[in-house]
Design a protein around this ligand. Sequence first.
Ligand code: FES
Length: 120
Amino acid sequence: MEWVRFAKEAVIPEGSARIKFFGGSPIMVLRSGGKLYAYIALCSHKYYVLCERSVKDDKIVCPGHGEIFIASTGEPTQGKARSGLVRLDLEVRDGYVYVKLPSRDIVESIASESLVEGQA
Ligand code: FES
């Protein structure tokens, strides 16, 4: 698993998020409560891609069916998703955020579940 330079830390102010794609995988970095968190930006309900505007205060609201995840843990709160968001390791070095990309197995497993369940 590879570390990638995601963005300058300063471009992710409190209560906001950035999403970038690496190898086809959407990766989200957000700041909540003064701390940075990184997730695979796929909802664990029906695998809609989360967006930067999904982050509100200390919550991540899925644009698909409204599941609300706790920003600091990725845990769902509404009962639609059966599991939390996949959290990724993150480091800040020299003013830049670095994220450890997920393994191919994890991304392929999520992709295959989304094909089975669809996005309806
Ligand atoms: S896909 Fe996110 S709540 Fe359904």
